[in-house]
Design a protein around this ligand. Structure first.
Ligand code: FAD
Length: 187
């Protein structure tokens, strides 16, 4: 498979960075792998369009061309990020705004969006809120899964959450990470 890993955390010593490393190291070596660390890339998340640089031009924006190529190439996406204010970090939201654009990732129809992309996605998130609360919460990865990826044609999306991440014991955190590593091995 062509796997694209996308991560968004400012601290290379963070637990998210550790998850990223563990998943990367445990993927089967037969896969083709590309990684995007949005903070390390210095990705500019601010979407601009106006009358001279129009919204319809975003699908051919040279600044984001390399990311569109990666998204087209991938048939398995792995997103790894902390939940901030119930959703994804701004740099990742900006990546979706600027790269998963109309004319590239989808087009508008009378009834909604028609996705142009294929493949599967695995979203790995960490947060402090207990799991049962996130069942009723509006986002916690659900927006990326349902309103963005599925809308763009990536229909098979799973979410793995490490809940209470700063509060649980080292053993519990390791157990949660072991489950993720096992899943990475079986991708
Ligand atoms: P870290 O802080 O790096 O580490 C977490 C724990 O793991 C620490 O105990 C650390 O000792 C341990 N650890 C670190 N590195 C390793 C390693 N290599 N191996 C083993 N253990 C390690 N949470 C919510 O639930 N809902 C919210 O809406 C929400 N909003 C937030 C908004 C902001 C702006 C911020 C900054 C945080 C928010 N949080 C929220 C909390 C956030 O989700 C957590 O801080 C984050 O998920 C923790 O992940 P981390 O990678 O930053 O962990």
């Amino acid at each position: 498979m062509n796997i694209l890993m996308i991560t968004a955390h400012p601290n290379p010593q963070s637990f998210n960075a550790h998850i990223f490393k563990q998943v990367r190291e445990n993927l089967d070596k037969s896969h083709n792998l590309e990684v995007l660390d949005l903070y390390a890339e210095g990705f500019n998340p601010v979407l601009h369009f106006d009358n001279s640089h129009r919204r319809r031009d975003l699908a051919s924006d040279p600044e984001t061309a390399k990311y569109r190529d990666l998204v087209t190439w991938a048939d398995q996406f792995i997103f790894i990020f902390p939940i901030w204010w119930s959703g994804m970090p701004a740099v990742l939201k900006g990546f979706m705004d600027r790269v998963f654009v109309a004319g590239f990732a989808y087009h508008n129809t009378k009834t909604g969006l028609k996705g142009h992309l294929n493949g599967k996605a695995w979203i790995i998130t960490t947060h402090n809120t207990p799991a049962f609360i996130t069942l009723f919460a509006q986002d916690y990865g659900k927006v990326l899964k349902n309103q963005i990826l599925k809308a763009c044609g990536i229909s098979s999306v799973t979410i793995s959450q490490i809940t209470g991440v700063e509060k649980i014991s080292d053993q519990k955190r390791q157990k949660a990470l072991d489950k993720i590593v096992q899943k990475a091995k079986n991708l």
